[in-house]
Design a protein. Structure first.
Ligand SMILES: [Zn+2]
Ligand SMILES: [Zn+2]
Length: 557
């Protein structure tokens, strides 16, 4: 495989080409590599106990020493969240703009890695020259400050890599769109535009961040009673808007949630959120009446133990929701989180809370381009080829059709693990694919979602579990048999069933052990006979565990 990447510019999506999330893209030129983004994906209830995952960087490990940089486009979790997990496979410098770098540092501290990862802060407009790549960071507008598209130049051709961006009037000041830089890149020639597909099903340009600010400034002063507002912790423009709306409504802005605290701290270090009214922690303003407060908190995705989840469950000592409260979701739903969020909102509605979402009021705008915005960008960049990523298959296909309809001559899309080569002005998807995998973060440990462990968890979740304990005498008589389970039947029914099964099978198993001795086949027979009996009575084929103790032996078998 290493011989493959000699001549040409190669592009390999390891994560992000089949989904929104877990972005991890590799480029190769002259045997050298750069990697763009190292983000989390978000898991739904199919994986109990796990919220996050990331694309496996295993394929890249073989190129140790040849990887010239990890370039982070912006400070969203789906682009930088997994730096700590992915970096050990890359062992290269990490490049990011100051705000993203601040958050990366915080994340690395959690893993005691801040001193081993070489971090190189880059400002929008600056370039990084490596052996085989020149990477220029060009400012784009998105829902987090300092988002950049990467203009990647190689001897074989140029790529503009921009997975998260939108058009905006830029009037919230924090948001910059480097029109001139993009025009210059276009003049130099963009062969491939690796582009965002998130909102390709939306036709029209969406409201600007300024319009959302104006809406919040109008809406919030009209609300009576308590208000809780939630947005993404890294959406600094939105946080500013909420704080300004609190001021206009004569309310005290109170920030809740650890990630909000971290993001605000780093935003301030980067020079943002200056000249704003002071914000408080709930402890600093204990006893404040609900109608004088605007609680701004994390948890728009209903993550377990987030500030908003705690409030929704009635476990917050500061906010007790009732019919005098309004909760504003100034946020979107990350795909996969729909059920969790709906459950949380329903819990609030049951308490009489007035729940406002982007569906009921203009309180949020997306950070991704609609068709109209995509078309504007194509016209600005004039790419020869569009390569859609950052979307599931349906979105990628729609993006392919749309780009062609806009007059883009060539559109080429693939899936994670595909190997694209650009050579002599042509992009082809080669016959080769590289191995990909998805790694879940299981209470701090990394585990492949395709591993036997996860398959076993799923087997138990779907098929229940059965434990058999048996005591066998030295001369091969079954002295005691017990079967137990907590997930096959309600406990009273299970007790009755298990007694019947034990009573029926004890003589049969006793004979079997006596005749054959206690060997592997006998043990298999015991397991399958009991399992079969349980199946006949319940139609459940449980995952079965057997523990046999033979007297005279020193150990359980
Ligand atoms: Zn983003
Ligand atoms: Zn993204």
């Amino acid at each position: 495989m290493t011989d493959t990447f000699k001549k040409g510019l190669y592009f390999i999506p390891l994560g992000g080409a089949d989904e929104i999330g877990m972005n991890l893209y590799a480029y190769s030129s002259n045997g050298k590599w750069i990697v763009v983004d190292a983000g989390y994906g978000f898991l739904n209830d199919d994986y109990p106990g796990m919220d996050m995952c990331y694309a496996s960087p295993l394929f890249l490990e073989q190129f140790e020493g040849q990887i010239e940089g990890l370039f982070i486009t912006h400070a969203h979790e789906d682009h930088m969240g997994a730096v700590a997990q992915i970096w050990p496979a890359l062992k290269c410098p990490v490049y990011a703009t100051p705000f993203a770098m601040g958050l990366i540092k915080e994340r690395l501290k959690e893993y005691q890695m801040e001193d081993i990862v070489p971090l190189k802060t880059v400002h929008a407009g600056e370039s990084v020259q490596t052996d085989s790549f020149n990477v220029k960071f060009l400012a784009l507008v998105h829902s987090v400050p300092e988002t950049c598209g990467l203009f990647i130049k190689t001897q074989y051709g140029n790529v503009f890599h921009a997975t998260d961006w939108r058009m905006d009037d830029g009037l919230t000041k924090i948001l910059h769109f480097d029109d001139d830089g993009l025009k210059k890149a276009s003049e130099e020639g963009i062969d491939i535009f690796v582009c965002d597909s998130t909102n390709v099903l939306i036709d029209k340009r969406q409201p600007s961040e300024r319009e959302i600010r104006e809406n919040l400034l109008e809406l919030i002063p009209q609300i009576k009673g308590g208000i809780v507002a939630t947005c993404f912790a890294s959406n600094i423009m939105r946080l500013e808007s909420l704080i300004l709306a609190a001021q206009k409504a004569n309310r005290t802005p109170i920030l809740m949630g650890r990630s909000l605290k971290t993001n605000v701290l780093i935003a301030k270090e980067c020079g943002y959120m200056a000249d704003l009214p002071k914000t408080y922690t709930p402890d600093e303003v204990e006893g404040i009446t609900a109608d004088k407060a605007l609680y701004i908190c994390t948890g728009s995705q209903a993550n377990y133990r987030s500030a908003l989840s705690i409030i929704a469950k009635g476990e917050s000592k500061y906010v007790k929701l009732d019919n005098d409260y309004t909760v504003i979701f100034s946020s979107k739903i990350i795909p996969g989180n729909e059920d969790k969020i709906e459950r949380m909102q329903e819990r609030m509605i049951e308490k009489g809370v007035n729940v406002i979402t982007e569906e009921t009021a203009p309180v949020h705008t997306s950070g991704h381009p609609s068709k109209e915005e995509l078309k504007t960008m194509y016209e600005l960049l004039k790419p020869k080829i569009v390569l859609p990523v950052h979307g599931d298959k349906r979105f990628i296909r729609a993006h392919e059709r749309f780009a062609l309809s806009c007059g883009i001559k060539e559109v080429n899309a693939g899936k994670n693990g595909d190997v694209f080569r650009f050579l002599d002005g042509k992009l082809e998807k080669t016959q080769e694919t590289v191995e990909t995998d998805v790694i879940g973060i299981d209470r701090g440990r990394s585990v492949s979602l395709n591993s036997e462990l996860i398959a076993n968890r799923r087997r138990i979740a779907y098929n229940c579990s059965l434990f058999i304990s048996a005591v066998v005498s030295k001369d091969n008589h079954l002295l005691n048999l017990e079967i137990s389970s907590i997930d096959i039947l309600p406990s009273a029914d299970w007790e009755e069933l298990s007694n019947e099964v034990v009573e029926k099978l004890t003589p049969i198993l006793d004979t079997e052990i006596l005749n054959r001795g206690l060997n592997a086949q006998t043990k298999d027979f015991i397991k399958s006979r009991i399992r079969k009996e349980v199946y006949q009575r319940t139609k459940i084929k449980p995952v079965t565990f057997l523990h046999i103790y033979q007297q005279g032996e020193n150990q359980c078998q």
